[in-house]
Design a protein around this ligand. Structure first.
Ligand SMILES: NC(=O)c1ccc[n+]([C@@H]2O[C@H](COP(=O)([O-])OP(=O)(O)OC[C@H]3O[C@@H](n4cnc5c(N)ncnc54)[C@H](O)[C@@H]3O)[C@@H](O)[C@H]2O)c1
Length: 238
């Protein structure tokens, strides 16, 4: 498979390593200094584009890939207020986009555990639920996209929580997400249900970026020659 990398930072480089090891070819690498090379002719040499840039540029990059007919796997976080627009563009162009706030297989299994635990905890009002996410200091957005996904899964299942907040709060209907930034943590997410009697906690800790990169390459293999809007749930058949 021929892959275009849009964003050649920590993730772009980790994805390149995994993709080459699996026998794929990197036909284009776009970063800020060679953005002018992100042309129709160049991008269409790729079967799939993998986009890991950041919150400020993801929307334009993903939209451009769809408009130019190249399936795109995006991992950039912090831009999902534009997601409905992307869905519209994708429908209009019969395109293909895969999005996940976290491509690691372990986190996607953790998402399923989180949903299941929230369903179990729903009737037990004595437990308050809160979350902590820990990342490296270069991370630009807070809370992490993964924390937002986990929070939304909890809000869909725990009726007594109405919204997530990224600051301390004593309002019982707030789901508090605490963001901590400590180097070199690739990412830890903790969901805690606490009562006066006991605490139930689930934790996912990423040890390296390789898990995200392997999942992103798997998603690119899935997206090749497909049309539609997908998440890791479909990629992994969960
Ligand atoms: N979904 C996941 O599994 C997952 C995992 C890790 C990181 N992320 C997210 O992916 C994004 C990138 O993470 P990273 O750790 O590689 O960051 P990074 O800062 O190391 O790399 C981003 C790269 O994108 C480049 N860039 C910025 N704007 C660009 C543009 N307009 N066109 C082309 N390149 C551009 C930057 O110069 C940089 O080299 C972040 O939003 C991060 O939160 C997602």
């Amino acid at each position: 498979m021929k892959i275009a990398l849009i964003g050649y930072g920590k993730m772009g480089k980790a994805i390149e390593e995994v993709a080459l090891a699996k026998g794929h070819e990197i036909v284009l690498k776009i970063d800020v200094q060679n953005n002018h090379e992100f042309t129709k002719e160049n991008i269409q040499k790729a079967d799939v584009a993998i986009e890991f840039t950041g919150p400020h540029s993801a929307f334009e990059n993903v939209k451009k890939c769809i408009e130019l007919g190249v399936p795109v796997v995006s991992g950039s976080t912090g831009w999902l207020e534009k997601w409905d627009e992307i869905k519209k563009v994708c429908d209009e162009h019969n395109g293909c986009v895969v999005y996940s706030s976290n491509y690691s297989i372990g986190v996607n299994l953790f998402f399923e555990v989180n949903k299941q635990l929230a369903k179990l905890m729903e009737p037990y009002n004595d437990y308050d639920v809160s979350m902590v996410e820990l990342h490296h200091t270069e991370k630009k957005d807070a809370p992490s996209g993964t924390a937002i996904s986990l929070a939304e899964q909890i809000l869909s299942n725990i009726g007594r929580k109405k919204q997530w907040v990224n600051n301390p709060s004593l309002t019982p209907s707030d789901l508090v997400i605490t963001s901590e930034r400590i180097d070199p943590a690739p990412g830890t997410h903790t969901v805690t249900y606490s009562s006066a009697i006991d605490t139930i906690e689930i934790i996912h800790t990423a040890h390296t970026r390789k898990g995200f990169a392997s999942g992103a390459v798997l998603a690119a293999e899935f997206a090749n020659k497909k049309n539609g809007i997908f998440t890791m749930k479909e990629v992994l058949g969960l």
